[in-house]
Design a protein around this ligand. Sequence first.
Ligand SMILES: Cc1cc2nc3c(=O)[nH]c(=O)nc-3n(C[C@H](O)[C@H](O)[C@H](O)COP(=O)(O)OP(=O)(O)OC[C@H]3O[C@@H](n4cnc5c(N)ncnc54)[C@H](O)[C@@H]3O)c2cc1C
Length: 369
Amino acid sequence: MRELGAYDDILAHTAEPGRPNIRGFRYVFGAEGHREIFTMPLTPAEYGASVHRTAFLDALTAHVDPACVHLGKRCVYVAAGPGARHTLRFADGSSAQADVVLLANGMKCAQRGLVTGAPPGAAVSFGDTLCYRGLVTREGAAARGVDTSFWSYPMVCLGHGKHIVIYPIQKGAVINIAAFTATYDVPIGHPSTKHDAALPSLEVVDTAELLAAFADYGSNIRAVLGCIAKPNRWRINTVYPHLPTYARGRVALLGDAAHAMLPHLYAGAGQGIEDAYLLAQLLSHAQTTPANVEDVLKVYDELRRPRSQRVWDESTEAGKIRDGCGPSGFTIEGIRKDLTGALDYVNSYKLGEDVLQAELMLKQRGVYA
Ligand SMILES: Cc1cc2nc3c(=O)[nH]c(=O)nc-3n(C[C@H](O)[C@H](O)[C@H](O)COP(=O)(O)OP(=O)(O)OC[C@H]3O[C@@H](n4cnc5c(N)ncnc54)[C@H](O)[C@@H]3O)c2cc1C
């Protein structure tokens, strides 16, 4: 974000304006008493900033030339021909021509088959996970006599087949709650739990359902959950099985369209941004031309697919550990052991390294001079 010039604008919207506000996560058991597990420390280079999505997008879009952006368009058809320019048609009747089409339209990406050769739905699996989301204002909770002091630090409250992630947003005035329940009796993608496109991915449910799902949690946690008037319940779907490629011809996938994952390492959007960074550097490279762009996109696929799919795998594993299904067991020692270093691979990304690697690969293949 520093490199993109958006860092200071993002930091201005954290709970501690001007500073990254996620400097570690405190892990406790959700059951009454909240036995302390550990605080996962982060190094200053790994500190995170929790900001509202709108503030984050505003910080990024401020650096985009508005003349290059056409909003409010829904692409309904992409006519792709080998070697030819592609034609995109939009729901408003307009169309556009392009040398390269980048599909960044999320997990439901209707045009994914242009890259994978399979029907779009074939790539989507239910992640065996539900997420109840809600916001609680400290003011509102106080008015109901609910003490929110327990919730001042970013925290994860663990239980059997469930966990809650809590962190302050909007400069600390609001508590953001993501409460997950999951089943682990069959693996993701198993026919018995496969994605059902007819089921809504988001439903507003009663607070009673949320409280019932966390009936075994401590009274102070339940009191705050009880302040969420209308929890949103998300069925978390993922792109799985892993796609065999992110690029075919002059069409490439990025972001959730390529690798939607469970959110347990807070990394899905970050992976999309890494994809976009590499693509932007390669497509604007002085040696990239319409004649060699297919080779360039192949290299994009070879570099981005293994990394983002490994992050997918590690995110799934992180959920299991939090939900009592980690390899070392649901004890303080077991959880500490399994979670220590869980973010290392996600945080290992060095901006620009994959650009250098891509340039080297393209030179070795005689695509770049
Ligand atoms: C509960 C939860 C918590 C999460 N927490 C984090 C986190 O802490 N950190 C993190 O990095 N990630 C997190 N994620 C993941 C993150 O939200 C996604 O990875 C990210 O939003 C993906 O961005 P995207 O742009 O690829 O797709 P999307 O956000 O799905 O955006 C796709 C866009 O394309 C548009 N679109 C769709 N079809 C068309 C079309 N035909 N024509 C034109 N436009 C179209 C859609 O309207 C949408 O605006 C979380 C996800 C969940 C579910």
